[in-house]
Design a protein around this ligand. Structure first.
Ligand code: ADP
Ligand code: MG
Length: 762
């Protein structure tokens, strides 16, 4: 891992655990051999029939056998990563593998055995030792601990373990867990305590710890902030974040015959792990532009660790026994792919959300406040000492005084004041010349003054204590932590590191040589005779042929694995489809279509938590939100009597549990009627209708219309009066006046025909 490179690969190491008691008792044979020098894992096929099948070889950055030591692994593989976190890089360690292969052993180890402590406790030691040896740097270390179970995030350090947290995204700092608690820790002991609390909480929620831990992902996060004076004379803050991830067991969940609820759980578990696999595939594929980070909580949260701004180490854990060979091979193939992920780590300098900066500013503010207080006190004292000195004088001298002196004689000042007040009190008591009343008054006043003095003193002390507490959280080398190591130990550590580095280089060289050997073998050869050439070429051919065979076998294996995977997915799909059919059946037969449609119309998909949600009920036409039901004056859903309120709190009686009922807003049905609108009738038709409905004695025959229809000019007045009243609405008999009504007897142009007489009785 060179620091100058802008892009670097994910480092993948494999660790094979020893056979456990059961396996040894059942006499399983070991099919895994570990070549530490070459960094290779060799897996034999345990099947009888495949006697001549070649073993499968996988090469990794480093491999660890059954007798590997935790510390040795830390020095070689994890120390450089944690070291770079201390420099301000992000770092992530994943433990991947089947349940029971040693993920938790690698990450946490055996708590009480210093030899068997895992990465997490070893990194605590590493971080705090580094800080204690630092110079002119200020550090702030904090820890968080969370768990992802069934795609739900639980804060393992929070008091309320039933709460589920959500992921949020900010453009500047990326994805984070909203409301995740984090604890500032000042020493190894404190951060160990945080880990223990989290581990306890982890098992609290689980009915079966083994099963729970095999299905959940645990992430321990350590954030190290470091402030240092830069060459530009300003304080710069670097922030490194270390994610320590104990993943869920990688074994296929469907094998366990998951049904119903279990299946739901299994598919969800698979989601985070398979999303991790998909992200890895997409990253190393090179062709796909879309990386499906958003498919699961895990991949979203650890997006930076996979192809982003982080250094990443993946530890693949495997078991040696023959019955695990399938899972072992799957794990090896999976991690083999991860080797090709390219990350782009960089130092995080002066990020906006550095807590250290906030702390520094707060301390400065509190200190200024404290200074002001003591300044005031001193001024007062000086004034008193100077007798009737002017105000200005006192102010000046108060300000010119030194800080340190102030701290030293603070106690003196308080004592002095108190003694003085006490003396005055005594003087009053002894003074017999005063009237009793006057005495009492003076005494009271003195007592009040003493009380004030005490309060002021307390407030000052509180402030000072707060400053002290905050300052103690900021760690400075050699001051807060006692460095127990002596020079010799330090040398030893350095040597260990050097050895680890050397081993790594050796392994790399061996690996390179191996691959170069095959390429150049041919070039170097010079043949003395034809026979020799044939021999050598035959040998070479044999070698290549066997290689071809193993590659072919690998292809076949992969195809088989692929088919298996597909079949399993199909199986899951079938189960889900069956489930869906049941739901459909219920909906179709038991929920009225109308209700269903209403629900469908209201439902929408919220992208952030990836859930279906219901829109609040709205009025269909205008899309305005309906008013929600108001609460009663005492903010219950309905007015309650005093007796009911008391009973509600005291008794577990159903009768008083009305508040527990879910409130459902009234669902206003869609409207099926319309406002009345008058029919539109053609004006001619309306006129005809009107005529027909008119009383007979109103009828006037007007010949002018006859004229006008012939195109003859009419007198202006007459034509105007003949026009129908212009109105947008069709006329009805009642509302509009009849055309005849506009005729007055005096209107020009007398009727041509005599008025009808109406009906005359015969
Ligand atoms: P996982 O977390 O992957 O389910 P564990 O870490 O719980 O597996 O390991 C299962 C058991 O195997 C534990 O009892 C652990 O002590 C033991 N074990 C795992 N790896 C090693 C190892 N490298 N050396 C010794 N014991 C191991
Ligand atoms: Mg485990």
């Amino acid at each position: 891992m060179s620091k100058s490179k802008s892009s670097e690969s994910v480092k993948v190491v494999v660790r094979c655990r020893p056979m456990n008691e059961k396996e040894r008792a059942a006499k399983y044979e070991s099919v895994v051999s570990v070549d530490v020098k070459l960094g290779q894992i060799i897996v034999r096929n345990p099947r009888e029939s495949s006697g001549n099948e070649l073993p499968k070889i996988f090469t990794f950055d480093a491999v660890y056998g059954w007798n590997s030591k935790q510390l040795e692994m830390y020095d070689e593989t994890f120390r450089p990563l944690v070291e770079s976190v201390l420099l301000g890089f992000n770092g992530t360690i994943f433990a991947y593998g089947q349940t029971g292969t040693g993920k938790t052993y690698t990450m946490e180890g055996v708590r009480n055995d210093p030899e068997k402590r895992g990465v997490i406790p070893n990194s605590f030691e590493h971080i705090f030792t580094h800080i204690s040896r630092s110079q002119n740097q200020q550090y702030l270390v904090r820890a968080s601990y969370l768990e992802i179970y069934q795609e739900e995030i639980r804060d393992l350090l929070s008091k309320d373990q039933s709460r589920r947290l959500e992921l949020r995204e900010r453009p500047d700092t990326g994805v984070y867990v909203k409301d995740l608690s984090s604890f500032v820790t000042k020493s190894v002991r404190e951060i160990e305590h945080v880990m223990n609390v989290g581990n306890q909480n982890r098992s609290v929620g689980a009915t079966n710890m083994n099963e729970h831990s095999s299905r959940s992902h645990a992430i321990f996060v350590i954030t190290v902030e470091c402030s240092e004076l830069g060459v530009d004379g300003e304080n710069h803050i670097r922030v490194g974040k270390l994610n320590l991830v104990d993943l869920a067991g990688s074994e296929r969940q469907t094998k366990t015959g998951a049904q119903g609820e279990r299946l739901k759980e299994a598919t969800k578990i698979n989601l985070s792990l398979s999303a991790l696999g998909n992200v890895i595939s997409a990253l190393v594929d090179g062709r796909s532009s879309h990386i499906p980070y958003r498919d699961s909580k895990l991949t979203r949260l650890l997006q930076d660790s996979l192809g982003g701004n982080a250094r990443t180490v993946m530890v693949a854990n495997i078991g040696p026994a023959s019955y695990n060979v399938e899972e072992t091979l799957t794990t090896l193939r999976y991690s083999n792919r991860a080797k090709n992920i390219k990350n782009k780590p960089r130092i995080n300098e002066d990020p906006k959300d550095a807590l250290l900066r906030e702390f520094q500013e707060e301390i400065a503010r509190l200190k200024a406040q404290l200074q002001k207080r003591s300044g005031k006190k001193k001024r007062r004292r000086l004034r008193r000492r100077a007798g009737e000195g002017s105000d200005d004088e006192g102010l000046e001298s108060g300000e010119t005084e030194d800080d340190e002196e102030d701290g030293d004689d603070k106690g003196d000042y308080w004592r002095e004041q108190q003694e003085k007040l006490e003396k005055e009190r005594k003087a009053i008591l002894e003074d017999h010349s005063l009237v009793a009343e006057e005495k009492a008054r003076l005494l009271k006043e003195k007592e009040r003054k003493m009380e004030d003095l005490r309060k002021e003193r307390e407030a000052g002390e509180k402030l000072a204590a707060k400053v002290k507490a905050m300052e103690s959280k900021l760690l400075v080398g050699g001051k807060n932590i006692v460095d127990h190591t002596n020079e010799q130990q330090r040398m030893l550590e350095q040597k260990r590191q050097e050895i680890a580095e050397q081993k790594r280089r050796e392994r790399e060289m061996q690996q390179q040589m191996e691959s170069r050997d095959e390429e150049t073998l041919e070039l170097k050869e010079t043949y003395t005779s034809l026979q020799q050439e044939v021999d050598i070429k035959t040998k070479k051919l044999k070698k290549l042929f066997s290689k071809l065979q193993s590659v072919k076998a690998e292809i076949q294996d992969l195809q088989e694995a692929h088919i298996n995977e597909r079949q399993e997915m199909e199986q899951i799909q079938n189960e889900l489809t069956r489930d869906l059919k049941l739901k459909h059946l219920i909906i179709e037969n038991f929920i009225p279509l109308e209700e269903k449609n209403k629900i469908v119309n209201r439902a929408f998909f919220d992208e952030e938590p990836e859930e279906w949600k219901m829109k609040p009920i709205t009025r269909i036409e205008d899309d305005h939100q309906m008013m929600s039901r108001p609460r009663s004056a005492v903010s219950y859903w309905r007015p309650l009597s005093h007796h009911a309120r008391v009973a509600m709190m005291l008794k577990p009686d159903m009768r008083y549990k009305a508040e527990n009922i879910i409130m459902l807003d009234m669902d206003i049905p869609a409207r099926t009627t319309k406002e009345y609108q008058e029919p539109v009738i053609a004006p001619k038709l309306a006129a005809a209708l009107e005529d027909a409905l008119r009383d007979e004695d109103e009828i006037e025959v007007d010949a002018t219309s006859f004229h006008s229809s012939l195109g003859q000019m009419l007198p202006a007045g007459a034509s105007g009066s003949l026009k129908k009243p212009k109105s947008g609405r069709p006329r009805t008999g009642k509302k509009s006046s009849t055309p005849t009504s506009s005729y007055s007897p005096s209107s020009p142009g007398s009727p041509l025909y005599p008025q009808s007489r109406g009906l005359v009785p015969k």
